[in-house]
Design a protein around this ligand. Sequence first.
Ligand code: GAL
Length: 991
Amino acid sequence: MTTAAQITDADDRWWETRPAGEGRLRGRAHLDSDAPSLCLDGTWDIRVGQRADGSDLGPSHRIEVPGLWQLQGFGAPQYTNIIYPIPRDVPHVPDENPTGHYSRLLEVPGDWAAARADGARILLRFQGVDSAARVWIDGAEVGITAGSRLTQEFDVTDLLTGAGPHLLEVRVVQWSVNTYVEDQDMWWMSGIFRSVDLLLRPVGGIHDLVTDADLDPATGRGTLSVRAFDADGGPLPVQVEIPELGIGQDVPAEGAVIEVGEVAPWSAESPRLYGVRISTPAESVRLRAGFRRVEIDGDIFRINGERIVFRGVNRHEADPVCGRTQNLENQDRDAALMKLHNLNAVRTSHYPPHQRFLDVCDEVGLYVICEGDFEAHGFHADMTGEDGGGAAQRPAADERFREGLVERTDRFVRRDLNHPSIVMWSIGNEAATGPVTRAMIQRVREVDPTRPVIYEQDYLAQDVDVFSLMYPSHAESEEIGRKELSEAFRDRLRSMLEHLGVTPDEDALADPPALTRPFLWIEYAHAMGNGAGALKEYMDLVHRYPSLHGGFIWEWIDHGLLTTDAEGNEIFGYGGDFGERLHDANFVADGLVLPDRTPSPALLDAKHHYAPVGLEVSAGSARLTNRYAFVDLAHLRAEVSVDDQRSWSELALPALAPGGSAEVPLPAHAGPAVTVRLLTREAQGPVPAGHVVVAASYVAPERLAAEYPLPPATVPPVREGRGWRVGPAVLDDLGRLVRLGGLDIEEAGVDLWRAPVDNERAFTEVALESRWKRIGLDAARSRLVSIEAEDAALVVTRRLGLDGSGLGADVRERLSSDGTSLVLEVDVVPSATWPEDLPLPRVGWTLSAPGDLDMIGYLGQGPHEAYPDTGGGTTFGAWASTLRDLQVPYVMPQENGNRAGVVSAHVHGEGRSLDLVMPEGLGLAVRPWSSRELDVRGHDGALRPDGRTWVTISAALHGVGSAACGPVPLPQHVLLARPVSFRFSLTARRR
Ligand code: GAL
């Protein structure tokens, strides 16, 4: 038998010439059917080469399907965000084109014979092949795929005559004409990464199905419209049963709208599904109908009659081991984590997800914007830094792409339109606009007239139903909410359009249709590393302006890939870790969960600001606002603690209708803090009973300061050798603390530095890191000015200077003691000439002590990290942690782990301890390494404890913002160079 592996495609460069594939069946619904199927997943053979024509295929190896070959030992992953990793040379790709020639034998099940004899067809179904493939059976051509994340089916009946074994061969190329329209911000990896099956399609079977489960919110009555189609696309009569509703009805070929009477509606809050069986004598399919109505009412987006706020996130399919290969467990796990953290919406950025994800969104209740597999961002970026002619050649205006792109749109909408969780379609991401995108939008409307269409790069919302932008500032968002766009914002929109190669429509700019539509942030709050900051302020806008419908945080997960570095450390790799010449570094690690799906503090922050119940606690009461669209608070209960969360008592919760708010009195208490939390009464889906939905504290600063006083200065300083002694503290001749009680101190003093966070690093537009480092803020030098004993204290003044600069700070430390503890009162006065636009990273005080003080207990805001513009969900309490767990293992090391409002802390280990008291509540970070280590290491796995414990107190910190891809910190979160004073005590003990 001739095998296709022997075929070289020298005369047919199919990978460049077939943007619409070949031989595929029209897209149709993915159905849960009782018709037989044969899963072809498992171990296949692969021969790998560098020529798409197959002329240099190497020896045969084994490979897992589904899977990506770069993660199975063949070639390497490459990460670019915007730019193409190959020359932009449409429709061509380089001669060197990693190619995997897959093959396996298959046998047609014997019990399919009778059906085949009756005329049943056999379909070969691929659910995901990146980027294009040519398929053969027994050496005879089957067809060509197009659309990496789209289901493609071929009728292979006539090639599978006899039981077999038959040889199935799939030649997959990494680069194809499709690459130009699949330029999503993720790893470039290839292969058959979703399941492959053979489907037996009985004569008279339900080939395709279009349903719509509608609900009239006024009457609570539902309808189910059903249209079924046979293999030729012809109308098909079916029987429909909904046992729970007592429905059993014949639907004629032309379809019908079935009145189902009163039903429980489907929403993200109560995702009620009804089992539906649709059958013909030849086949039955099972559906789960969720009755709901999606409507656009002027500038309000409604579901079941109510305005919806999208508390959403953008989700790529990623896994540290198998990449975007389907992984069934991850689908359920992600949806569960989202529900546990108060998210109610997902955008499937930037392609249709694995089927199971949509199933689980239906089940647990998540509103989905389902997006097509289309991005062409690289036309708007060029390594020369110029346009490079890309905008003019964009696929959105290139007729060569029309057929393929419209077909993609048709295919992805048809596949998933029976899912109640999908409430909007997006044709794609960052691919500009033009006649082709308009045709795509049109096609969505033809295939599914029931759902709105969104597409961000239609910046003025001239063609779409919902207006969206990515990463607008709070101020711009407010202009949208107020419906008054400033000239500056209009100018920005104009230049954004020009950048796409689109001539701005001045009438539309003057009177934007966008402002008559609902608005949402299709991407915002870029969660790269430590951040994003100011989510609270975004949500405040949503609560203020009805046409602002919330949005989708960028993004769900860090796409780090598990690997080892040159020193053998296990790391989560990012761009550049796999030998790529061209890459975008750690921009691929910007999620709410770390690569292994550990929630990062940003997810906990989002949980708080996305909470369905607003909770503000003051001294004597808690203000509750029901932010659900549909349900009251009967499923929740409340508890209050007045003893730093050591005990809780029940708090009566008022029955609050959606939108309502109430002030709930709190029990009288003498302590400095009170905390309220709301918990679920019963399990719902993945959310267990007793789960905390939202919690908040009120802290009375004066009471705290009174309860945690600093010891009085009773033991005067004395000279000791060339230095000084202040109670338990020994200082050298430069006034530096070198010993405290039983503890050696290696470095101690005022600290103005923190390791930059991703939002401050080089790739941001406003890179603070380089400005900070240029003046040597990371290596400030100290000069002693004076040491004087004053009353019962020692006063040390010094000048912190920066190399090559006249900038710096005057520091005054007043040290005193009661014999047991050392009290420090610190004043920091930055130079009067400090530039106004250059914030300080931190004003604080750091010490390091040799040895592992690896257990920490503290009283303050916890349990997770907090910066001026993050830390939602932290509450005041007594928290305990290991040193390890205080660190946040961001993929790329950076400042992390600060706990806010800490009044006392006990750091201990190896029989020694250090106690801190900070009556005003300051920031505290305790680490096994220095800020410098965090600054210089490229990967969390490469960080090395240096045998010391580093304790950093922060009296003031600069906010983290979102500038890696979004706004800088809001003015109220900027740490301006200004005088800061703070005080604390240190007590060291040895057992
Ligand atoms: C957006 C894009 C996303 C992602 C993000 C930055 O422009 O749509 O795919 O690249 O920026 O992380």
